[in-house]
Design a protein around this ligand. Structure first.
Ligand code: FAD
Length: 286
């Protein structure tokens, strides 16, 4: 199924994310995680793509595995380390495997590297996929602005260009304050961006993870969340539980405000995905 068609049904959605292993030796543990997350019957499952390229061969294999469990895969694809030819080759392989949904990303640039020449921005990749034909295309957006952007208004201007290049929907970077998301929605709608926006939620299950994420992405941490980390950060089991409850509360607020498409950055953790699915079983119609 094309993900945009499911989003337009306007019923609460729940989807999860997995990332491919870096080495062959860990492939089986990721396979097992995928199987357990698929058993939760999410509306779709995204499979990330290593911009540096070394995990790329596993991405399609995982997307195929997701499909074999009867769940719609969303295969990510990045510009970094790709040429127009290699993109077309990958799209052909995806199509042959029955993958209909692709997330078009630039990818994080390795330190000191300039954007790739042929496909400098995600918008270039979107145009390439649109020209290839047959795919529902998603793209990334950043409620707090992308780290490289000089201003939020510049970010929204480039986002509009990317959407106009042929995106069907957007998925946000994680955020921990729903107000940040609602304000972002208001700004982009005012700028004429009308495609559906999937809200990205990350259940933070350990204190080190949150410090790393915020340092990398500049994500705002509300005081309420900081207090949770201060209080439970040293107690892994309590921190994990508090992180799951916090994410579930964010999701309840989104659903109750009419945001039906919510994506969970479940990071190959079936137990976290299961806890979220169970907490929202009635609300998200599981
Ligand atoms: P772009 O849309 O190209 O934007 C990147 C920057 O360039 C922004 O600052 C933008 O404002 C600016 N820009 C855009 N167009 C122009 C232009 N014409 N001229 C000048 N500046 C411009 N990374 C991975 O490696 N693999 C993944 O699987 C992956 N999945 C992701 C999923 C989601 C939902 C999100 C939010 C991010 C994901 N990322 C992934 C991270 C992403 O690759 C990085 O955030 C990357 O730095 C930007 O990618 P983008 O697609 O948003 O790029």
């Amino acid at each position: 199924m094309k993900i945009v068609d499911r989003i337009r049904q306007n019923r609460p959605m729940l989807s999860f994310e997995v990332f491919p292993p870096k080495t062959e030796s860990t492939f089986s543990s990721v396979h097992a995680a995928v199987e357990r997350i698929c058993a939760l019957a999410p509306d779709f499952m995204s499979v990330t793509y290593g911009a540096a390229g070394f995990t790329s061969r596993y991405s399609l294999a995982l997307a195929e595995q997701v499909k074999s469990h009867g769940v719609t895969p969303l295969a990510h694809l990045t510009c970094v380390n790709m040429t127009r030819d290699s993109v077309r080759e990958m799209l052909g392989a995806m199509q042959a495997a029955g993958v209909e949904n692709v997330m078009a990303l630039r990818g994080d640039l390795p330190e000191g590297r300039q954007p790739p020449e042929e496909l400098a921005h995600a918008a270039d990749l979107v145009r390439e996929i649109r020209a290839f034909g047959g795919f529902c295309i998603g793209g990334a957006c950043y409620p707090e602005g992308h780290v490289e952007s000089r201003s939020r208004s510049e970010d929204v201007r480039y986002l509009k260009e990317k959407v106009d290049a042929g995106l069907d929907f957007l998925t946000t970077q994680m955020f921990f304050s729903n107000d940040v998301f609602y304000q972002f929605l208001y700004r982009i709608r005012e700028a004429g961006i009308t495609v559906p926006v999937v809200a990205g939620i990350m259940p933070v299950t350990n204190a080190a993870q949150i410090a790393r994420i915020c340092a990398l992405s500049g994500t705002y941490l509300p005081e309420r969340f900081k207090r949770i980390v201060d209080r439970f950060g040293e107690n892994p089991a309590a921190m994990r539980q508090a992180g799951i409850v916090y994410a579930a509360e964010q999701m309840v607020d989104l659903y109750s405000n009419g945001v039906t498409a919510v994506h969970v950055y479940s990071m190959n953790k079936p137990d976290v995905a299961a806890a979220i699915a169970s907490a929202l079983s009635e609300i998200a119609g599981r």
